[in-house]
Design a protein around this ligand. Structure first.
Ligand code: AMP
Ligand code: MG
Length: 494
């Protein structure tokens, strides 16, 4: 977007700094400097991302990078801020804000995209409430590895540029090593950011925020006559597309609060997230999600619920008459289930190798999913096995019910125009062989946290970088967890 402050001159690393968010009304943020840490060290650097950002990390010493990414020493033209937001957390509304994150700056990439550069775990801010403003190494590496996996799977996500350790302990259930994650995002504007402004009943600020978000993420609608309605439609569409991609690979976000839903349509905030093993729509991993609110199968409905909260914040922009505004929002929201269904079916058809559409496709898909659920089949491996061009063999597959399903699907494929080889190649490009299996992630994080051994994590990252290209040496990474680890739980004490 156009800015009033010109980009800063190139510094050594190649920063192209802008501070557009800070031009919004001052209620939306607070100037906030990272609290320096005792002894910062780089744990992991994302060179691939740095290159895409046009940052020359190789030109700096590890010490310089550690000092920078810990927030101990920032370039003089950075104007760090903490952003205000609110959110429905497990359904209850709360005023929040960056309690431990600090937006260092926005950076213009060589491709012309504007991205946020944020430190997570950078110390207390005005919005910290009772928290310490810090983060532990394990959870920050976890965000790093899962977000990298998401990138490789082709799923919109915030990205991780680096993790640095702080040399300070953080006190959770256990004493853990402190760390800071450098997060790169299209922006950190959330549904909760709109809820925050709506709660202040400051309509001028609401409009400025909406215009800003439109400019930044949906510039194509900036000049449409009903741009706020189009904005709502566009955000619904992008969320529907995102959640369909999550469902397709069995990703469970785990804490889909409205403050964890980005207006850009990127996946944000990797807390208790995990990938499903055996197919079961009721799958929940988060230890605090007792009611299963954020279970795998609930994710589309929850997203739609969150989008209704988003629509409520926009009411004053739809019409001055509140009944009329509600009517407009209701009409748009009524379309969302169909939009979600359309994106989901499209994603699932691709998994099935279907390019054409037939009315019975949903039924075929549902029978396959039901079969997976009944037999406890591994979701990822079943799809991958189906993509290989021969009828899979092995325990579950020897059932007559599977043979029947397989025959039905083959019969359906015979009405596709593409030759089989092309169909299977397309399936192999959407049905991953490798996902970040929970037990593999745990194993890598434990080695990193407890023995300073980053090798298992590096190896895992290498495998996850190419989720669709199978190599014999990586076969162990396709294995579901042993039976004993099937009650896997993720914890929020990050
Ligand atoms: P999350 O569960 O990470 O989405 O965080 C929810 C809210 O709690 C956000 O406003 C965070 O900034 C805040 N928060 C989480 N952990 C901490 C912490 N250790 N110190 C301060 N605020 C935190
Ligand atoms: Mg959050």
């Amino acid at each position: 977007m156009s800015t009033l402050i010109p980009p800063a001159a190139n510094s050594d690393l190649g920063w192209q700094i802008e501070h557009t968010y800070a031009q919004l009304p001052a209620t939306l943020f607070a100037a906030s400097r990272p609290v320096p840490v005792r002894d910062p060290h780089v744990s992991i650097l994302n060179h691939r991302l740095a290159e895409r950002l046009g940052l020359n990390l190789a030109g700096a010493t590890p010490e310089t990078l550690a000092t920078l990414f810990a927030g101990n020493q920032l370039p003089s033209n950075f104007q760090p801020i903490a952003q205000a937001y609110a959110g429905h957390q497990f359904g209850g509304f709360t005023m929040l804000g960056d309690g431990r994150a600090i937006l260092l700056c926005e950076h213009r990439t060589p491709a012309g995209d504007l991205v946020d550069i944020q430190l997570k775990g950078a110390g207390r801010t005005k919005f910290s409430r009772g928290g310490d403003g810090r983060a532990a190494l394990g959870p920050m590496l976890r965000e790093y590895v899962i977000s990298e996996a998401m990138v490789a799977l082709g799923i919109p996500t915030t990205q991780s540029l680096a993790v640095v350790t702080t040399g300070e302990p953080v006190y959770r259930q256990l004493v853990r090593k402190g760390a800071i994650l450098v997060r790169v995002a299209a922006s950190h504007i959330r549904v909760g950011t709109f809820q925050y402004v709506a709660a202040t009943r400051d309509q001028a600020s609401l409009q400025l925020l909406a215009d800003y978000a439109i400019q930044r993420h949906y510039p194509e609608i900036a000049n449409t006559p009903d741009k706020y309605r189009e904005f709502l439609r566009a955000v619904i569409d992008r969320q529907a597309s995102l959640i369909a991609k999550w469902q397709a690979v069995g990703f469970i976000h785990g804490v889909m609060n409205t403050d964890n839903m980005a207006i850009s349509g990127e996946t944000i905030d990797y807390g208790p997230c995990a990938f499903m093993n055996s197919y079961d729509p009721g799958t929940v991993f988060s230890s605090i999600d007792h009611a299963g609110r954020y279970a795998y199968g609930n994710q589309p409905q929850i997203a739609i619920w969150n989008l209704a909260r988003f629509a409520e914040t926009l009411l004053p922009l739809f019409a001055t008459d509140s009944d009329q505004a509600i009517a407009i929002a209701t009409e748009i929201l009524r379309e969302s289930p169909a939009v979600f269904e359309r994106h989901w079916l499209a994603a699932m058809r691709r998994k099935l190798g279907l390019q054409t559409q037939e009315a019975d496709d949903l039924e075929l898909l549902q029978s396959l999913l039901d079969w997976m659920q009944q037999t406890g089949a591994d979701y990822t491996n079943t799809w991958r096995d189906l993509s290989m061009g021969v009828m899979p063999t092995g325990e579950n597959y020897s059932e007559p019910a599977f043979a029947e399903l397989y025959a039905q699907w083959q019969e359906r494929l015979s009405r596709e125009t593409e030759p089989r080889a092309a169909i299977y190649a397309a399936m192999q490009s959407v049905n991953p062989a490798y996902i970040p299996r929970n037990h593999r992630v745990e194993e890598a994080l434990t080695a990193a946290e407890e023995s300073d051994d980053l090798l298992p994590l590096q190896r895992l990252l290498e495998v996850l970088q190419h989720p669709f290209d199978e190599v014999a040496a990586s076969a162990p990474y396709r294995e579901p967890p042993p039976e004993s680890e099937c009650n896997y739980q993720t914890f929020c004490g990050t």
